[in-house]
Design a protein around this ligand. Structure first.
Ligand code: SF4
Length: 432
């Protein structure tokens, strides 16, 4: 978190869960009327302390700047080249966010707001940013609006957050989204807006499928409702005889309910989630992912035994998670396991903020659906069509990115100049 009181800006960050990093004593030291916070999910730049956010810089006049970033830039390498080879931060960080902060403080002759408006058009790829100095908070969304960013109002202030669910939690009312290509500023005068680029909306369709919370609203569409409709579409596109529809919690629960309703097969809970562990495919290492699968879900044997199951999940990325789930359900006594996925096969890597950077990691990149089904050990496997996914999600009326399904990237990508370790070699070794 970064906190400011109008005169000074303080950043406190560490590795781990929010509840491990912040306690009452720490929070007492973070006093002010302006703050940003972020839990980083590593894309460009490895998972280590220096890359934890907010990134912090001081300018030539001694003023502070803190930046938090959801998304991933696609022109990081060329931006670093413009900076003269490497960001000058100490201790060394290697994230694209650090480069953004470096570019902003590099505009030493400009007020921060002007620096933002000048710098943002140089960035390519996905960025929903919150940033601040001692006096002003800014929210910025890239011209494609890959990642969400919303504005809320409290009785005594403003909130900018990734999702509307965050507004609900703090009791803020939803005002509107930050538009693609827009920067909003909040200070003692209230909220004002500027545009730094023409919008060309391509909201990540995976937000509807998996990433966003079900209780959020994206582009005017309830994520829960979209997922229910995706499940219903899947029931119509890929029907199968079964005794029970179960969803893989939590992200596929809404879709499973939609599949059950449309198919007439009863909906039930077959897997209990350990709510104290995180999502599996975004864990940074394969070992952690495999451990995560085992400790994340527990089958309800009484419900499963002797049943023909229709198992609804949101996506298959590497295939390991789904294979483990199918195996777990069979061990628990399922008679048949039919897997239904509420998205098309993921065949292309995402360069806009989801950590699946190489095609070879994606099981559907070179296997046909039946082959993936055999790998995961299912009696049958079916994916939702792209037409059904896009048609359902696009009811929000805005353009969508679906590049991981089609390979049609809205922002051209030099695939040789991407990856988590892109800046590691450019920088001095990390501190012990
Ligand atoms: S490539 Fe896929 S995951 Fe990445 S932004 Fe586009 S739709 Fe979302």
């Amino acid at each position: 978190m970064a906190v400011a009181d109008g005169n000074s800006l303080l950043v406190y960050k560490d590795m781990g869960l929010v509840s491990q990093v912040f306690d009452e004593t720490t929070l007492q030291t973070l006093q002010g009327h302006l703050a940003i916070g972020h839990t980083r999910y590593s894309t460009t730049g490895s998972s280590r302390w220096e890359n934890a956010q907010p990134a912090f810089k001081t300018n030539a006049a001694g003023g502070g700047l803190a930046v938090a970033h959801n998304g991933n830039l696609t022109n990081t390498a060329s931006l670093v080249a413009r900076l003269g080879g490497q960001p000058t931060c100490r201790p060394p960080a290697s994230s694209d966010t650090e480069v953004v902060a470096e570019l902003l403080v590099g505009e030493a002759d400009l007020p921060l707001e002007e620096a933002v408006v000048r710098t943002m058009p140089r960035l390519e790829g996905a960025y929903s940013l919150v940033l601040m100095d001692e006096r002003t908070l800014y929210g910025v969304r890239d011209p494609h609006g890959f990642r969400p960013l919303v504005i809320g109002k409290l009785p005594g202030g403003w909130v900018i957050a990734s999702e509307t669910a965050a507004l609900d939690i703090v009791g803020a009312s939803f005002v509107r989204e930050v538009d693609p290509g827009e920067v909003v500023a909040v200070d003692e005068r209230g909220l004002r807006s500027r545009r730094f680029s023409e919008p060309d909306p391509h909201l990540c369709v995976f937000e509807y499928v998996y990433l966003a919370r079900a209780d959020s609203t994206l582009a005017g569409r309830s994520v829960h409702q979209v997922r229910r409709e995706l499940g219903a579409c899947l029931a119509r596109e890929a029907p199968v005889e079964g005794d029970l529809v179960i969803g893989v919690p939590d992200t596929a629960t809404s879709a499973a309910a939609g599949y059950a309703e449309a198919s007439g097969i009863p909906f039930g809970e077959g897997l209990m989630k350990n709510r104290y562990v995180g999502r599996t495919f975004i864990q940074p290492t394969q070992t952690m992912r495999q451990l995560g699968i085992r400790i994340k879900l527990n089958p309800l044997r009484e419900t499963i035994r002797g049943r023909r199951l229709v198992v609804v999940d949101d996506s298959i990325v590497r295939g390991n998670t789904t294979k483990a789930i199918v195996g777990m359900l069979r061990e628990a006594g399922a008679l048949q396991v039919h897997v239904r996925i509420t998205s098309p096969p993921v065949r292309w890597p995402c360069f806009y903020g989801i950590d699946m950077p190489t095609r070879s990691e994606l099981i559907a990149s070179d296997l046909l659906t039946d082959e993936v089904g055999a790998y995961i050990g299912a009696d049958s496997l079916a994916y939702l069509s792209l037409e059904a996914l896009a048609g359902t999600a696009q009811a929000g009326g805005r353009g969508l990115c679906s590049a991981c399904f089609t390979g049609g990237y809205p922002v051209p990508v030099d695939t040789q100049a991407q990856g988590k370790a892109l800046l590691e070699g450019l920088l001095p070794p990390s501190r012990p």
